[in-house]
Design a protein around this ligand. Sequence first.
Ligand code: PMP
Length: 438
Amino acid sequence: MAIEKTKAHLSREEIVAKQREFLLPSLGSHYQDPLPFVSGKGFHLKGADGREYLDFFGGIVTVSVGHCDEEITERTIAQMRTLQHTSTLFPIEAQARLAERLASITPGRLKKSFFANSGSEADEKAIQLAQAHTGRKTVVALRHCYSGGTAGVQTLTAHAPWRIGEPNAFPVVHARNAYCYRCPFGKAPSNCSMECAKDLEEVIQTTTSGEIAAFIAEPIQGVGGFITPPADYFKEAVAIARKYGGLFISDEVQTGFGRTGGKWFGIEHYDVEPDLMTGAKGMANGLPIGWVIANDEVSTALNGKVHLNTFGGNPVSSTAALATLDAMESRDLPGNAQRVGGYFRMRLEELAEKHSLIGDVRGMGLMQALELVKDRKTKEPAKQELQRVVEVARENGLVIGKGGLHGNVIRMTPPMSISTSEVDVAIASLDAAFAQVK
Ligand code: PMP
């Protein structure tokens, strides 16, 4: 087959046609009419259609500082010119420095890191560590969670559209989640007695031997649609997990690195110390990295085995992560996520007063969601309407995400360096889209 090698750039139509021909059809597309992007700067993306877009999704909660950030890019390129790869068989300076830095910003006694290339691998490793440490297999996860695409974490994932086949890597039981807008116990926030946290005990007592390896949870469920538990949820749920011998794994793949505002990690809002924590996505502003950190006791669980991850925390990804952390710290992005996130939330609540399609506004910091319903009383999910809002927003030059079990949640996670003026632009686009869709 003759392959065209000389052309610098393909047209939008050519890229889409090539993807259709050579990539798995199950990859799907965010938009009905697929949109490849050709460049990015700060909060903006340029499409292969020649148009500019304000990015309020950041490549799925990943471009945490901004597209092609000068400082991060320069340091990453310098590392690429110096040393790209040696493997984890040899100590890597940037990885060791990154691990030290992460030990200093993570809560409690978390100290020892292991690096991989994705959130899935990070969650897999956290489960392996918890199982080896406790000598048990059973893991408690939450309904609506998403933990990744590999076999083990697919078994955890409790979200049918994202579960492929019938994954069954180790015993997993699923407790009810703190989905306050659709409380699984039919309660209103005013008479909440946190049955969801208590459900953990019921599930452990009735569906396990009474001894578990771990409880894994996202502080805010990402793919689930930014489901945000009440302030006391984790204290209660984690105490139950520990009563039955389980370690607590905080999956910070979406909530980590300042995203929730004012703190480095989502779980810090809940005043609970995890035994293990995982991260990926926004950690290196778009370069592939996955990470698990354990406290001293748990960190030795896999001793006696050789631990390898060929690319994990390689010099380039680790340097990009260090540069991302430096940029976040020097520009106070966790603080900015809190301040601008607060303003964004207020503006979203104003939108909800105007447009009855919006049933719920939720999230923290610069991780905000709108759940769309056909009717505020019946709360029937408005999936088609959501797709139309997403499409009209695109026409208005705004990229937003989708999520939720019923595909009716708009997820918004712009680069954390945005200011209130970008929020105003996004709100105007959303307002126009809701006015058109209804
Ligand atoms: N955990 C959570 C909470 C996630 O949102 C994701 C990805 N959406 C993963 C794990 C898996 O990460 P990755 O796609 O990098 O494997």
